[in-house]
Design a protein around this ligand. Structure first.
Ligand code: PLP
Length: 452
């Protein structure tokens, strides 16, 4: 098979795949089973493009769950636009190095245009800006490093102190994980519900002097992963300002909803953040992997992240000057991963994005109504953004697990259980997270019908 033929085959597959609105809901197989089906694929002489592609297309990809399936409503799914997926191919084909303007100017220009729109959604003041990262975890880490460095730079006495961050148990697991990376402690406010101004005030007032001395940041969530809850951003901003603490808002999942007029008011206070995480690969219809970190004062990020080396000096020279994404987050060599978002935004316009996000919120309301009408089911709480937590009366945790596997195996849906903190105990419940605007009311009914 020559290169042209292979390219055509690959393009044919890609076009087929993105025009399918309901791709097969794949199912994982054990590694030994996959090996048995495809044999050795990495050999001294190669197995040839045709064979390798056939194994991928006919066997391996079928052992994956398409994240954009309209009945994949687990975790935080995704639903990249066709335009963005096609442009992901163009991004790869263009071989652009996205670290420095000198090499990547045209690509970085496009990323920055998309970034301007993201920044405008936040309401941050003039001068605020950001970069695209590999995802929310990398964005949170980049922001936390910037916050820690800013804290230490103000007062040299903290240079040897282990920092302390306050967040709530509703925060995403990546906050705790990235605190480990920066060797900081995390104080968790024990509420899965909205972190309030009063809750934060109480927590700070009850820290020991030693803890207060090490406290440098508060991480609020703009749409919790589990339930779509938005913390009291305005109240938290006020305390952070008074206490001179870095205010980070993790809106990796919920950030897309900044575009939705129906819920924008819930984010009041986000415009006071020092940094914000938004994942276009979650609710802004970009393919993986595309996160974003935005700073009120990008120069603080540059101080924290810009790498130095004699081989890099030329990039900082007058002649090469421009915006260098490598200076604002943890990664040096980087794909211009904001390009697919730029193309899709440029093609469709921001109004379509608004409507598609509103549809996710509407689907959550439709699901809530169907649940309320069903005597076997009960809402755990009102939907938060596009997340719905509900229980099947009388079910044990095992019933939820078995139901998930049964529906997945049947190729019907992927809907997974989660836990909700009820007083002192955690209750296992079921959860929908709507991202894909092509999910229908019929899809939801079909899934709920299997809970009889
Ligand atoms: C609120 C929040 N923050 C951070 C993350 C981590 O993002 P990523 O998986 O892109 O690293 C997630 C993922 O679901 C999330 O929901």
């Amino acid at each position: 098979m020559d290169v042209v033929e292979m390219t055509l085959d690959v393009m044919k597959y890609a076009i087929n795949r993105i025009t399918q609105t309901s791709p097969e809901l794949g199912h994982p197989k054990k590694e030994e089973e996959l090996r048995g089906l495809v044999g050795e694929t990495i050999t001294p002489d190669g197995i040839g493009g045709e064979k390798a592609f056939q194994l991928f297309r006919d066997v391996l990809v079928k052992a994956t769950v398409p994240i954009d399936h309209p009945r994949h409503l687990a975790f935080v799914p995704a639903s990249p636009t066709r335009a963005a997926v096609m442009f992901d191919l163009v991004t790869s084909a263009s071989s652009i190095h996205g670290a420095y303007w000198m090499e990547g100017a045209g690509g970085i220009y496009c990323e920055n245009e998309a970034m301007k729109w993201l920044v405008s959604l936040t309401g941050l003041p003039e001068g605020a800006f950001g970069v695209f990262t590999s995802g929310g975890t990398a964005a949170n880490l980049s922001a936390m490093v910037t916050a820690r460095e800013a804290w230490r730079s103000v007062c040299g006495e903290h240079n040897r102190d282990r920092g302390l961050i306050i967040t709530s148990i509703g925060a995403h697991s990546s906050i705790k994980a990235m605190a480990k990376v920066i060797d900081a402690d995390v104080y968790l406010v024990d509420s899965e519900d909205r972190l309030t101004q009063e809750g934060l005030r109480y927590t700070i007032d009850h820290l020991s002097d030693e803890q207060r001395n090490r406290l440098f940041a508060v991480v609020a969530t703009g749409g919790t992963t589990n339930a779509g809850i938005i913390d009291d951003l305005d109240g938290i901003a006020g305390i952070c300002k008074k206490e001179q603490l870095w205010f980070h808002v993790d809106a990796a999942y919920g950030g897309g909803a900044l575009a939705a007029d129906s819920v924008r008011h819930l984010f009041r206070g986000i415009e006071s953040a020092d940094s914000i995480t938004i994942d276009p690969h979650k609710w802004l219809f970009s393919p993986y992997d595309c996160g974003a970190v935005i700073y009120k004062k990008p120069e603080l990020a540059r101080k924290a992240h810009a790498q130095e080396g004699s081989y890099l000096d030329i990039f900082k020279d007058e002649g090469a000057q421009g915006f260098n994404p490598a200076d604002y987050q943890i990664q040096l060599t980087r794909r211009v991963r904001g390009l697919p978002l730029w193309f899709s935004l440029a093609m469709h316009g921001t109004k379509m994005y608004k409507e598609a996000v509103e549809r996710g919120i509407e689907l959550a309301k439709i699901a809530a109504n169907l649940i309320e009408e069903n005597p076997d089911l009960e809402l755990v709480r009102e939907p938060g953004l596009s997340c719905v937590l509900y229980r099947r009366k009388g079910w044990t945790p095992d019933d939820y697990t078995n139901w998930t596997y049964k529906n997945h195996k049947a190729g019907l849906a992927l809907v997974t259980p989660t836990k909700w903190k009820n007083g002192d105990t955690y209750e296992t419940v079921s959860r929908f997270c709507f991202i894909n605007p092509d999910t229908t009311e019929e899809d939801i009914k079909m899934i709920l019908d299997t809970m009889k």
